[in-house]
Write a protein that binds this ligand. Structure first.
Ligand code: SF4
Length: 351
């Protein structure tokens, strides 16, 4: 049994794997009444704020689901942006100062945040305002870029970032390049780069988590997971997440990437069943989120998470509790909303 926060205790319960959100009840979690600019809401106590730095990415992953959330809602993935960095940063400060008393955790995301000139001022701002639990999700490519005399990885460490999520689909360089389709070779994040980043992170308190989308031509079973973990644990990485491609409404999407996802999607239930039979892997906890489900395993001292998510479920759950804020997203157009779609659930609009 594992303690989550001050009051909740969680244990591994296999039945959850098959019941999923049938068991989910937001009122099992503490909700905090909160006055947002848009009116009164109940905020999920362990709320996270995602800061969208930019849409631009130097990779073009065959499975990239960044577009999916929009297509899923029959919206075009062409969003409005605040183009000038200073205006974007001024608006971000306004929003961060307003929601700081809610004490959310913060995740920086994109596109690829490490290629944006906005990143450094953002991480300074997050640190200055004293947000708890700070995470960045990246494909790793800009982490060794030197700016103002230090690598981005060092800046993140010095600014108190706790977690660095690095996305990579497999250990093999050639296959990884083929699936993640980086634009130019100099923007690629190699295993040697990850080794250097892990070495630097080992000197501070920032924890690396390797994040891998399960795909039939790459990691797709327990043996593949062990190979992936064994490789990166040589570098001192002990935290891993393996994700099943998201479920979504097929009627709303029609893209080359969707065909790739359909063809190469791996069923995580089958992988979990395989992992449970492996004497080297021990399940120790599972968690139900409002549209995602996570199982946690131990493998030679490494924490391995497996996660599946369902966008349809996300909208069903939200439509049942319209006054609840489950998460917050700061969008590139300066809007703070409770959704990954900037026009939905607006909490602070741009004037
Ligand atoms: S690195 Fe992330 S944002 Fe960039 S293309 Fe791949 S999945 Fe999409």
């Amino acid at each position: 049994m594992v303690k989550v926060g001050a009051e909740r205790e969680v244990r591994f319960d296999r039945s959850l794997r098959y019941q999923r959100q049938a068991d989910y009840n937001i009122y099992d979690y503490e909700l905090v009444p909160w006055h947002f600019e848009a009116g009164e809401r109940k905020a999920y106590q362990n709320l996270n704020l995602s800061i969208f730095v930019d849409d631009e990415c130097n990779a073009d992953c065959r499975f990239c689901v960044a577009q999916l959330r929009y297509e899923h809602r029959k919206q075009l993935y062409q969003k409005e942006h605040i183009r000038e960095d200073q205006r974007y940063l001024a608006r971000l400060r306004e929003v961060l100062e307003a929601i700081r008393p809610l004490n959310p955790s913060v995740s920086i995301t994109g596109g690829e945040p490490t290629i944006s000139p906005r990143l450094l001022p953002i991480i300074r701002m997050v640190d200055e305002l004293g947000f708890r639990k700070r995470t960045i999700t990246t494909n790793g490519s800009g982490l060794l870029r030197v700016t103002e005399g230090k690598t981005i990885a060092t800046h993140l460490m010095e600014r108190g970032f706790d977690h660095l999520n690095i996305s990579r689909v497999c250990v093999d360089e050639e296959k990884n390049r083929e699936i993640m389709r980086y634009g130019a070779d100099d923007s690629y994040c190699s295993n040697e780069d990850i080794r250097q980043i892990a070495k630097a992170a080992g000197k501070g308190n920032m924890r690396i988590r390797m994040s891998c989308i399960l795909l039939k031509p790459a990691v797709h079973n327990a043996a593949g997971i062990k190979e992936y973990v064994d490789f990166y644990r040589q570098y001192g990485v002990d935290n891993f997440i393996f994700r099943q491609l998201m479920d979504y409404d097929h009627k709303a999407v029609n893209l080359e990437k969707i065909a790739y996802c359909d063809k190469n999607k791996v069923d995580l239930n089958e992988v979990w069943e395989e992992m449970e039979r492996d004497p080297e892997i021990t399940p120790y906890m599972n968690l139900l989120g409002y549209y995602y489900y996570v199982e946690l395993y131990d493998y030679h001292g490494c924490r391995i998470a497996g996660e599946s998510a369902d966008l349809e479920q996300q909208y069903r759950e939200k439509s049942r509790h319209r006054d609840v804020v489950y998460e917050m997203v700061f969008h590139t157009n300066g809007v703070l909303s409770g959704s990954w779609i900037p026009t939905e659930e607006i909490l602070m609009d741009v004037k």
